[in-house]
Design a protein around this ligand. Structure first.
Ligand SMILES: [Zn+2]
Length: 268
């Protein structure tokens, strides 16, 4: 590492210090992202960059209540492999890898583990890994994808059409990236593309999930990689959504830390 050790970073401690920290039961926070096409205007690191910045900022604000783990930078991307540069990890590998990490934490005595997701297709995998952690250990394990933390705010403040304006490399992701690092965003190349079938039940939108779920082969619904409307993105909206996501994450970490660890009763 460069500079001093940070209080909220799991891997900045020595092993005897970790042994002492277990008594305080901080929430272990594991970011999971992706290396994936995000249109012509955003870099491949978009999901990693956004989820890492949100987690880092939240952890920095409550360093005694959380331990931020080194992130997992790759996700499940098979349906995006038509786009040069995307790296995919098979769902069963990702699930097993995440579970190895959460069970390691439980082995050392940590009892609250939170999986922070930056990439939509990781959701069902992390959900299963969290459930298996609970089944196979004494720890509680929860997961979320960050836009879900602020879905009420998004509904009230978005300008793009619902559903569809916020799915991938969209108004939401582009706005937050513009706020955090405008140098890496090329708005001259941002295009609106909402190519999935119109339906009352099926859609793609990070603001609110569909009634019927389907994730298609991506080039069937997008040529640019975008699903949504990044042309409406602004740094101002990015600031609003980023700060709200950080606030919500801080609040949930504090809540989750207080969750009671009830015994698993066998009622035979
Ligand atoms: Zn993304």
């Amino acid at each position: 590492m460069d500079g001093p050790r940070l209080k909220y970073r799991y891997d900045h401690y020595t092993w005897p210090e970790i042994r002492e920290l277990v008594a305080r039961q901080p929430v272990c926070l594991l970011p999971v992202g992706s290396v994936e096409d995000h249109g012509h205007h955003l870099p491949l690191d978009t999901d990693n960059y956004l989820i890492n910045r949100i987690c880092d900022e939240a952890a920095r604000r409550i360093p005694d209540e959380v331990l931020l783990l080194p992130p997992i930078p790759y996700g499940f991307e098979d349906h995006h492999m038509s786009f040069p540069g995307t790296i995919t990890v098979k769902p069963e590998h990702l699930e097993a890898f995440v579970l190895d990490i959460t069970l390691s934490l439980a082995h050392h005595g940590f009892r609250k583990v939170l999986l922070a997701d930056g990439h939509g297709s990781n959701v069902p995998i992390l959900d299963l890994a969290a459930r298996k952690t609970i089944i196979q250990s004494e720890a509680l394990c929860a997961c979320f994808i960050w836009p879900s933390l602020i879905s009420d705010l998004i509904r009230k403040t978005r300008e793009s059409v619902f559903p569809g304006g916020m799915s991938h490399a969209c108004e939401l992701e582009t706005s937050v990236y513009l706020y955090l690092n405008p140098e890496a965003v090329d708005m001259t190349k941002a295009v609106r593309e909402i190519g999935f079938e119109r339906s009352k039940y099926y859609w793609h939108d990070l603001g609110a999930g569909p009634k019927v779920r389907m994730v298609e082969w991506w080039t069937r619904i997008s040529r640019s990689g975008v699903v949504g409307d990044p042309t409406l993105a602004t740094a101002e909206k990015g600031k609003l959504w980023f700060e709200a996501a950080v606030d919500a994450l801080v609040e949930f970490i504090q809540e989750f830390r207080r969750f009671e660890l009830r015994p698993k009763l066998d009622l035979h």
